[in-house]
Design a protein around this ligand. Structure first.
Ligand SMILES: O=C(O)CCC(=O)C(=O)O
Ligand SMILES: [Fe+2]
Length: 259
């Protein structure tokens, strides 16, 4: 499936993200905050929120705001189309996912992985599943993204291979395990080149403290009962902060293991 975004728009966004990350430290400092992370990743990340409502573009670095906005906007139609395809794949009709979730691509993470003199001693991104319905990833040519092949069982263990990730943890819940989120990580490949990537996370528009969601009712049957209890996105995010971002982050909401 083609994303329909002009290649120039993708390239400009990646170039602009690189330009921001390569500005002098003093220029970047205004956008930095300290996050509570469990381990230090060999990476800088600019996180951008484009909704709800009109984003306040003035708060974004001048070096990348127009290109990132254009890129995000140009993926809107693709997001709707992708939601339709996934919904159809689940056998619940093309409109169902959109009707239930109002899928939006508002959250963007622009990553910059500096070259490392000893790549084997650092990680770019620890293994994780994305807290999204699905994620679109743009990257330059440096490489380093790996996904864990599904070994069929719980608890991980499959080998790491180089491909692009797609399904996020939330879609695994909504689909009642019909679609699996893929665990992925980033390793540092180069002692010379910095790597740039942009992840756009597609999520339900309604994700407040009173918006519960779980498996779509029509995917819950006598043969396949609900695999997850319903929960809210804030609940999910706080569980990830507490227990980590690996595949087990949704297993905490599994019906069998939470009883
Ligand atoms: O940099 C990458 O290729 C992956 C980034 C990622 O996995 C994420 O932002 O969730
Ligand atoms: Fe990810």
């Amino acid at each position: 499936m083609n994303h329909g975004v002009p290649s120039g728009t993708v390239a400009s966004a990646v170039t602009a993200a690189r330009a921001f990350h390569e500005e002098p430290r003093a220029a970047r400092a205004a956008f930095y905050s300290v996050e509570p992370v469990g381990a230090v990743a060999w990476r800088d990340t600019l996180r951008v929120r484009f909704g709800p409502g009109e984003p306040d573009l003035g708060r974004l670095p001048a070096a990348c705001r127009d290109a990132l906005r254009e890129y995000q906007r140009s993926l809107t139609a693709f997001g709707k189309e992708m939601a339709g395809v996934l919904s159809e794949a689940l056998g619940v009709g093309a409109e169902r996912l959109e009707e239930a979730m109002q899928v939006e691509g508002w959250l963007m993470a622009c990553h910059y992985y500096p070259p490392c003199p000893e790549p084997a001693r650092v990680v770019g991104s620890l293994e994780h599943t994305d807290p999204s319905l699905f994620t679109v990833l743009a990257q330059d040519g440096v490489g380093g993204l790996q996904v864990r092949r599904d070994d069929g069982g719980a608890g991980g263990g499959g080998e790491w291979v180089d491909v692009a990730p797609l399904t996020g943890a939330l879609l695994q819940v909504v689909s009642n395990d019909e679609l699996k989120s893929v665990e992925h990580r980033v390793v540092i490949k180069s002692t010379q080149d910095a790597r740039v990537s942009i992840a756009l996370f597609f999520n339900p528009a309604k994700r407040g403290a009173s918006d519960h969601f779980g498996p779509l009712p029509e995917l819950v049957t006598a043969e396949k009962p609900a695999q997850y209890r319903s929960f809210t996105v804030p609940e999910f995010m706080s569980s990830r902060r507490e227990y980590g971002h690996s595949r087990s982050s949704i297993e905490r909401f599994k019906v069998s293991s939470s009883q």
